[in-house]
Design a protein around this ligand. Structure first.
Ligand code: ASP
Ligand code: MG
Length: 485
């Protein structure tokens, strides 16, 4: 069968773990899926139930280390949680769940017998979270579900009821490389296959539920896309189906101008560009998969963040850059994210001046030690490089740098300042608009806050600077007052 041309009225929706907490919440999410998209065709992507990914990771460790007691406790907890939820949802859920849980038991027994957890078996294991939640969502979305929470489920009388089928990432056509734990989709093939699988079903008026986070290699071995990967799945499906929008349902209204716990005046951002959202995402504004927005952005498909527990709010719409906005300096700064738990390393020494290769040594040493560098700054004198890394990696980073640089006398010292935060101002309107940096640093200086390092990329989408952790909240509040109000 040749897939018919997409009619561009599909909405792909992803429900995160907190929207899949228990039977009542799943039923609520199912009701949202069947009622909020109007006449649009709907594909739902689900995360594992709340905390289940974490439980599975613990279960794997218990099994691999022969900790049988912990293994039993954890696998019982997972079984019970899903059996209870499936029973309450009714329909096909209990049967589907039973089969999947039995397969999980066999895998765990295998891991325990071998006594080791490889990246490959770990992926096979964590994939069970989504493989268990998808059939439950499908049951809740199918009309005629007879579970005890059935009254909460939309009967969808307007459309006369629709069938709903669930798919694993593999079955829907998500093909990846074999980098277990962080697999990369073979994108062209994936986009083609997903469309080929889902178009005929949608054309028949049916709905689909797809496991987030999971793919498979070309040989059919299960892979996962990395933590938070369900957003990525939704974005891939949206791109494949050329959806009208991709909706990410979670337990917050959307992206904010700042963290409301720091700045009570923080407001919801109604509309921002992909470039701005990606810049914010890196600062943990939302714990998003770093590639999550890319497939949708590339196809120009808007992504909307919405709140399962506040459906009145339209959330935050992320859009491709409308022409002309970047030059508009009216609201140069859209948001002020804060990166906590950071540490700064200052590498100094006159030996670095005019000596090519020092920066390469620095980054190679950190890369080899799997230390992620979050911010970089070097003055034009070349006598110092400042780096920001996560505080968890700080001691390791200092040690590997000392080893790499002192031995070759490439630098004199590596100083660690381990209680810093990075404050950023993000906004597409900053590009080519003079005076924003002056306002930023004025606002901070007026609050007697010392700036320890500064970085701005040439995209001019954001300015980041390092301050003492104890002064970070004040800096965010001062900047919010200056730019957002
Ligand atoms: N369940 C996976 C995780 O917790 C994927 C996701 O929820 O997006 O990371
Ligand atoms: Mg989760």
């Amino acid at each position: 069968m040749t897939p018919q041309e997409p009619d561009n009225d599909t909405i792909v929706m992803k429900f995160g773990g907190t929207s899949m907490k228990d039977a009542a919440t799943i039923a609520k999410s199912a009701g949202i899926a069947t009622s909020t998209a109007g006449q649009s065709r709907v594909v739902v992507v689900v995360s594992a139930m709340d905390q289940v990914t974490e439980q599975l990771l613990e279960l794997g460790e218990a099994a691999a280390s022969d900790n049988l007691a912990a293994m039993r406790v954890q696998s019982q907890a997972i079984r019970q949680k899903h059996e209870q939820t499936a029973a309450a949802l009714g329909g096909r859920a209990p049967t589907d769940i039973g089969e999947v849980l039995d397969r999980l038991d066999r895998l765990i027994a295998g891991i325990a017998a071998v006594g080791e957890l490889t990246p490959r078996s770990n992926d096979a294991l964590v994939a069970f979270g989504e493989t268990l939640s998808a059939p439950m969502m499908a049951a809740a979305m199918s009309t005629g579900s007879t579970g005890s929470v059935g009254s909460a489920i939309s009967t969808d009388s307007a459309t006369g009821g629709r069938a709903c089928e669930w798919f694993t990432g593999q079955r829907v056509g998500i093909v990846t490389n074999d980098q277990f734990g962080r697999a990369e989709p073979l994108m062209d093939l994936t986009l083609f296959q997903v469309r080929h699988t889902l178009e005929p079903l949608l054309a028949r008026g049916e709905r689909a539920v797809v496991t987030g986070f999971i793919g498979a290699t070309q040989h059919g071995v299960t892979t996962t896309l990395g933590r938070g990967g369900s957003d990525y799945t939704a974005s891939i499906l949206g791109a494949s189906l050329r959806a009208r929008e991709v909706w990410i349902w979670s337990d917050v209204d959307g992206l904010m101008t700042a963290d409301p716990r720091i700045t009570p005046q923080a407001r919801l951002l109604e509309r921002i560009t992909f470039a701005e959202a990606i810049e914010m995402g890196q600062f943990g504004a939302k714990s998003m998969h770093p590639l999550a927005l890319e497939p949708a952005a590339e196809m120009g498909i808007p992504v909307r963040f919405r709140n399962t527990f506040n459906t009145e709010s339209a959330g935050t719409l992320i859009v491709p850059e409308p022409p002309g906005t970047a030059a508009d300096g009216e609201h140069p700064v859209r948001s002020i994210p804060l990166l906590k738990n950071a540490a700064m390393l200052n590498i100094s020494g006159a030996a670095m001046v005019g000596r090519p290769g020092t920066a390469a040594q620095v980054f190679r040493a950190l890369g080899d030690a799997s230390v992620n560098v979050m911010m970089i700054s070097q003055t034009v004198s070349e006598a110092g490089i400042s780096l920001v890394v996560s505080r968890d990696h700080a001691a390791r980073a200092k040690a590997v740098l000392e080893r790499a640089l002192m031995r070759t006398h490439a630098a004199k010292g590596v100083r660690l300042v381990d209680d810093v935060n990075v404050v950023a101002v993000v906004g597409a309107g900053m590009a080519g608009h003079p005076g924003v940096a002056a306002r930023v640093f004025n606002a901070v200086a007026q609050n007697n806050i010392n700036i320890m390092a500064i970085a701005q990329g040439s995209s001019e989408l954001s300015i980041s600077f390092v301050v003492r952790a104890s002064q970070a909240a004040d800096a965010v509040r001062a900047l919010h007052a200056e730019f957002v109000g």
